[in-house]
Ligand binder design. Structure first.
Ligand code: 4AD
Ligand code: MG
Length: 461
């Protein structure tokens, strides 16, 4: 539509007396004597604009009876509003009705639970909470690219279909064109040489291995893309499809890796505080009253760092009961991670140098023979937000570790090649984008921070 202005811009400019056109969806329509009020929202900001329709306008009866959710355009004069809680309103000169929504529109005035709204994921973007949420999500995605662009990192798009299981956890979703009922068989097993790619393939669990190849050519790179894991864990922090940001730096060690992660998270906090105050205040008011304070603290204070061994000692000293027992060698569970970050340091915490048995094959082996140069960044409310490491750049040690772990080298010959010609110390990490949004909005469930969540038994829309 020509000349249409977004409501956010209209409210920012506040040019009282000018004629403007806006378009959007009615959040409510109230018909009064000789006048009707329409709360119109176009998704550009939390606040919509109140449209005042005089009974003298054509089709007034029809306009005054429009259903919630109706789509319309209004041309009118911006005026100072006499009503409390809003600075401006729009005195309509003409109204175009695109569609009058029927009265069974599910988003009527009352407040709905997040659980209910998940069942209408096709409509929830039109609510205040999800409007604010997805504006924050979009803003953060753009801030991620800005951060790396400002630091000269190359943005690389790693493949979604892959033949490698980077994390070695066997959580690959299979990609195949073989007939699921009667695939061609050799010795009783599916014959993948007859499959589309000629080898078993799946959806990527991480772009890291390919990212490393690019880091060994461009020095500093990052990926930001969808990631898939068929882990059957029904928790508020796990999704089968999530987005991950994975930077990788050549000529960098674990300390440089942690420094980048800290600078990155701090940048995102500062940007959000500066650019999305309206959304943050909304979440602070409606969802998590400590939110803004927490983000400010993260933006201002240095992150703590703890050796895995010390973390285990802290957990063993704890007086709270844990479901999972603690001893040197165990992987940290969310309850442990949250205790450390919430009770012990009360802020972001790097835990470094984990036992090699609980970490992936590619992590650099420390001289003690039992730990690897891994780092997890733990944050309050979420637990693990970032997982990263310095990589094993020494070919012999890498091959030995793969053999110990039973990881076949054939499919990874290209990865091993990177350790043959111009190998160098390098490090990187992965940040789960949805967990970041949980952390920065106070929302509790990963299903509520991604447009259309994919979790066990849920992929309808
Ligand atoms: O710790 P992870 O498994 O590390 C990697 O994938 C490395 N290849 C990253 C790297 O070094 N380049 O995953 C990284 C992060 C986690 O810390 C978590 O925030 C997020 O990805 N994550 C998930 N988020 C949502 N749902 C899931 N199922 C997730 N699994 C991991
Ligand atoms: Mg991890």
């Amino acid at each position: 539509m020509t000349g249409r202005v977004r409501i956010k811009r209209l409210l920012e400019q506040g040019l009282v007396g000018t004629e403007v056109t806006v378009a959007g969806w009615a959040r409510s329509v109230r018909g009064g004597k000789g006048v009707a009020f329409i709360a119109l929202n176009d998704g550009s900001s939390l606040n919509g604009i109140q449209v005042v329709v005089d009974a003298a306008l054509p089709r007034f009866e029809e306009i005054a009876r429009l259903g919630t959710g109706s789509s319309l355009a209004v041309t009118g004069i911006l005026t100072a509003s006499p009503a409390a809680g809003q600075r401006f309103e729009l005195a309509a000169l003409s109204v175009t009705i695109y569609q009058n929504a029927s009265p069974d529109y599910p988003l009527q005035k009352k407040r709905h639970s997040f659980e209910y709204l998940r069942t209408i994921a096709h409509l929830r973007p039109r609510t205040n909470t999800f409007g604010a949420l997805f504006r924050v999500r979009s803003f953060l995605a753009q801030a991620v690219h800005r951060f790396f662009a400002q630091r000269g990192f190359l943005y690389v798009q790693t493949p979604i279909i892959t033949a490698n299981d980077c994390e070695g956890a066997g959580e690959l979703f299979r990609v195949t064109t073989l007939d699921p009922v009667s695939p061609p068989l050799v010795k009783g097993k599916a014959d993948f040489s007859a499959d589309f790619f000629g080898v078993p393939t799946g959806l990527t669990v991480s772009g890291q291995l390919e990212g490393e190849l690019f880091a060994l050519a461009f020095s500093d790179i990052y990926t930001f893309g969808p990631t898939f894991r068929a882990e059957n864990s029904n928790t508020p922090r796990h999704a089968a499809e999530f987005w991950m940001i994975e930077p990788e730096m050549a000529f960098a060690d674990l300390a440089a890796d942690a420094a980048l992660a800290e600078e990155f998270l701090r940048y995102l906090c500062c940007q959000l505080l500066e650019e999305c105050p309206e959304e943050l205040e909304f979440f602070n008011r409606q969802v998590d009253t400590g939110l803004i304070e927490r983000i400010r603290t993260v933006a201002e204070t240095k992150f703590q760092l703890m050796e895995y061994g010390d973390a285990i000692r802290e957990l063993q000293k704890a007086t709270v009961p844990f479901v999972y027992p603690v001893a040197w060698g165990v992987d940290l569970q969310t309850e442990h991670e949250r205790y450390l970050t919430e009770q012990v340091v009360n802020g972001p915490l790097f835990v470094i140098n984990y036992p090699k048995e609980i970490k992936a094959f590619y992590m650099r082996q420390n001289d003690d023979g039992r730990t690897v140069a891994a780092m997890d960044l733990l944050v309050p409310k979420v637990g693990e937000l970032i997982g990263g490491s310095q990589r094993e750049e020494r070919l012999e040690l890498l091959e030995r570790r793969m053999a110990e772990m039973g990881i076949a080298t054939e499919g990874l010959w290209w990865y091993l090649d990177s350790r043959r010609w111009g190998s160098c110390p390098h490090a990187g990490f992965g940040l789960g984008f949805e967990r970041l949004i949980i952390y920065l909005t106070g929302m509790e469930n990963i299903r509520d921070v991604i447009p259309f969540p994919r979790t066990p038994r849920h992929a309808e829309f």
